[in-house]
Design a protein around this ligand. Structure first.
Ligand code: AMP
Length: 592
C-alpha cells in the first residue's frame, strides 16, 4: 500500500494530515489523489460518506491552487450547508501549512452580503450549495473563468434535492478544460447524464461494492406487530445503555411523535425534520454532535446535513420504499473502520421489502429477538458495574466529604451498600418492566384483533396514562400557552427556561406537549420563579402566559380562549387584549 507521499501529496499538506492522524491513505484516496494530480481524464467515484473522500479530492484540489492568484480556481458543490461547512473546515485543516490559502463556504440561509465581501477580497476555493452559487453568479460577484477543478460531492443527493438544472447551469459557466470529479453513493441515470454531457472520458472508480452499505455494517431486524413498534424501539434503546443512534422515520409527523414519546419516557432524545426552523435544526444537530443527545429521531431529508462518524446504531423505524435510502441510512454507521449496526424494526408485512433490500445489498438481515426485560435489566446492571469500575475518583475533593458520609453509612455491610447503589438506578427499571408483555412476533400467532384494550394496557408506560395535569411527587406542574401547533417542542421549552429564568438552572421533569399548550414539571421550589419569568416572555412572537396547573382546570379550553383573544398587531406579532400583561421579555435574552 502506497503512502501519501508516494501518491504525490506535497510536503506542506503531508505535515497537516499527519497532525490529523492520517497515517495511511484510504482506498478512495489511493485511487483519486494520483489521478487528480497526474491524469487528464475526469472521474466518477461511487463512494459513500465516511470513506475518506473529502481528503481524496481536497488534497489534490489544494495542491493545484496557485495561491498568488486571488481568484477561485476550484469549485466544490455540495447539497447542504452543513456538508459545505464541513468540507470547508476539512480543507482549512489540510491547508494549515499552505501560505495564504483561502477557502470560502457559500450557502443559502445566511447573509449573502458577508459572502460577497469575502468573495471581493479574493478566495481560492469556493465550496457552495448550487442555489446560492447561482445567486452569486447572477449578481456578478463570482467569476469562474480560472476554475481548474470542479468537484460535485454527493451528486445523487443534489439531484434528489432538485439541483439538476442549477448544476447544469453552473457547469456551463466553468472553462471546458477544467477537471471534473463527481462523487455519488448511487448511480441514477441523471448522474450518467451529467457525466456524458460535462465530463471528459470519465474514469469510474467504485469504492466498496456499488450500492452496498459499508462492508462492516451488520443488518439486523426485529419483527413485531405494528402496534408494538414503539415498545420494541424502547427495548432496543434500553438494551444498549451507551446508544448513540439516529432513528429514521418516514414522515415529519411520525418523527416528531416518536421523539416526543421518547422525551416523555425519559430518553435523551430530540427530533430533526423539515418543520423546524434552520436555527432549531442547527441547535439539535449541534447537541447531537456534541453528545448532549444520544438519540436523534430524523427524517431522511433533514438528516442529510448531519455527519457523525461514531454512531453505534442506525435504526430504521420501518423500512423505506426506496432501497437507495436504506443504503444511505445504513452507510451512516460502520465508518472509519468501525463496526456498525443497522437495525430495522418491522412488522410482518414489511418482510417483502426487507428481502428486496437483501438482494440489492447482497447481505442478509439477521433476525434478533426483541430484548426481554430480564436481558435488559442484566445488561443495564453490568453497564452500571462497568461505570463504577471506571469512574474517576477525585480523591482530594471527595475526601472533604467522605469521612462524614462514611460514618453515616457505617452500619451497612459492603454487600448492602452495593445493593443499594445498584437499586438507586434499577428500582425504576424493575418497576418499569414489571409485567411487561412478550412482543416478539410469533409466526403462527396471528395478531388478535379482538384483544381488549386493558390487556394492551399492561404494557409499561411510565407517564402516558397518568393525569396530565398532576405533577410527579415533589414537583409542580406548570402550564404555558404554547404547544406543538406553535412549533413548540421540548428543546424550545428548555431554551426558553434557560434564557428567561434567573438564578440556578431549572430542572425539568415530565413534559406534555399538546397542540395548543404544554404542561411540564419543575421542582416545587422553582415553580414561582418559572411562572414569573415565563409570563410576558415571548416565543416566536407569541406572548406567553403561564401558571401553576390546577388539576381540575380544562386547559384545552383555556388555551383555545386565549388564542381567540390573541390579535395580530401591525408588526405581525400577537399581543393579548387582556390588561396587565405588558412588556414582553424576549426569549433569547437572559435576564441578569
Ligand atoms: P470523509 O468520508 O471525508 O467524511 O472522511 C471520513 C473520516 O475519516 C473523517 O473523520 C476523516 O477525518 C477521516 N479520514 C480521512 N482520511 C483518513 C486517513 N487516511 N486516515 C485516517 N482517517 C482518515
Amino acid at each position: 500500500m502506497a503512502s501519501f507521499e508516494e501518491l504525490g501529496v506535497r510536503e506542506d499538506l503531508l505535515r497537516a494530515i499527519a497532525e490529523l492522524g492520517f497515517e495511511r491513505p484510504m482506498p478512495v484516496q489511493e485511487k483519486v489523489i494520483p489521478h487528480l494530480l497526474n491524469e487528464d481524464s475526469d472521474v466518477v467515484a461511487l463512494a459513500q460518506t465516511g470513506t475518506g473522500k473529502t481528503a481524496a479530492f481536497g488534497l489534490p484540489v489544494l495542491q493545484r491552487i496557485d495561491a498568488t492568484v486571488q481568484k477561485p480556481q476550484a469549485l466544490i458543490l455540495s447539497p447542504t450547508r452543513e456538508l459545505c461547512l464541513q468540507i470547508a473546515g476539512d480543507l482549512a485543516d489540510f491547508s494549515k501549512y499552505m501560505h495564504k490559502m483561502s477557502v470560502l463556504p457559500v450557502y443559502g440561509g445566511s447573509s449573502i452580503e458577508s459572502q460577497i465581501r469575502s468573495l471581493r477580497r479574493g478566495v481560492h476555493v469556493v465550496v457552495a450549495t448550487p442555489g446560492r452559487l447561482i445567486d452569486l453568479i447572477n449578481r456578478g460577484v463570482v467569476h469562474l473563468d480560472l476554475v481548474n477543478t470542479v468537484i460535485l460531492d454527493e451528486a445523487d443527493e443534489m439531484l434528489n434535492m432538485g439541483f439538476l438544472d442549477s448544476i447544469n447551469e453552473i457547469l456551463a459557466q466553468v472553462p471546458p478544460q477544467r477537471k471534473t470529479l463527481m462523487f455519488s453513493a448511487t448511480m441514477p441515470k441523471e448522474i450518467a447524464g451529467i457525466a456524458k454531457n460535462y465530463m471528459h472520458n470519465p474514469v469510474e472508480f467504485v469504492i466498496g461494492t456499488r450500492n452496498e452499505g459499508a462492508a462492516n455494517v451488520n443488518h439486523v431486524y426485529y419483527l413485531v406487530n405494528a402496534k408494538d413498534k414503539y415498545l420494541a424501539l424502547k427495548r432496543v434503546a434500553d438494551n444498549n445503555p451507551n446508544i448513540y443512534a439516529i432513528i429514521f422515520c418516514r414522515t415529519r409527523r411520525e418523527t416528531q411523535e416518536i421523539a416526543d414519546n421518547l422525551i416523555q419516557d425519559g430518553y435523551n432524545a430530540d427530533s430533526l425534520h423539515g418543520d423546524l426552523s434552520q436555527q432549531q435544526r442547527d441547535t439539535v444537530m449541534k447537541k447531537f454532535r456534541d453528545g448532549v443527545l444520544s438519540i436523534l429521531v430524523a427524517t431522511d431529508v433533514a438528516a442529510r446535513g448531519l455527519d457523525v462518524d461514531d454512531l453505534s446504531h442506525v435504526i430504521n423505524y420501518g423500512l423505506p420504499d426506496d432501497i437507495a435510502v436504506y443504503t444511505h441510512r445504513s452507510g451512516r454507521t460502520g465508518r472509519a473502520g468501525k463496526t456498525g449496526v443497522s437495525v430495522a424494526i418491522i412488522h410482518s408485512r414489511e418482510r417483502g421489502k426487507m428481502r428486496d433490500i437483501e438482494k440489492k445489498i447482497g447481505k442478509k438481515f439477521e433476525r434478533k429477538e426483541v430484548p426481554t426485560p430480564k436481558h435488559i435489566i442484566e445488561k443495564q446492571l453490568y453497564n452500571l458495574a462497568d461505570r463504577l469500575e471506571r469512574v474517576d475518583v477525585n480523591e482530594e475533593e471527595i475526601g472533604k466529604y467522605f469521612h462524614g458520609v462514611s460514618r453515616k453509612l457505617c452500619w451497612l455491610s459492603g454487600d448492602d451498600l452495593l445493593k443499594r447503589v445498584l437499586s438507586l438506578e434499577f428500582n425504576r427499571l424493575l418497576d418499569y418492566y414489571k409485567d411487561a408483555p412478550e412482543i416478539d412476533y410469533v409466526e403462527d400467532r396471528k395478531p388478535k384483533k379482538e384483544k381488549k384494550e386493558n390487556e394492551v394496557d399492561n404494557r409499561p408506560r411510565t407517564n402516558k396514562e397518568k393525569d396530565r395535569r398532576t405533577a410527579e411527587k415533589g414537583m409542580a406542574r406548570i402550564y404555558v400557552n404554547v404547544g406543538k401547533s406553535d412549533g413548540f417542542y421540548a428543546g424550545n421549552l428548555i431554551e426558553l427556561l434557560n434564557h428567561n429564568v434567573n438564578g440556578s438552572r431549572v430542572e425539568v421533569g415530565r413534559i406534555d406537549l399538546l397542540p395548543n399548550y404544554s404542561l411540564f414539571d419543575v421542582k416545587k421550589g422553582d415553580a414561582a420563579r418559572v411562572v414569573g419569568s415565563l409570563k410576558g416572555a415571548d416565543f416566536m412572537g407569541k406572548r406567553l402566559y403561564s401558571e401553576v396547573a390546577e388539576p381540575d382546570k380544562n386547559y384545552s379550553r383555556a388555551a383555545a380562549r386565549r388564542n381567540r383573544e390573541a390579535v395580530s398587531d401591525d408588526a405581525g406579532f400577537e399581543t393579548f387584549k387582556r390588561k396587565g400583561r405588558g412588556g414582553g421579555k424576549k426569549a433569547g435574552r437572559r435576564k441578569k
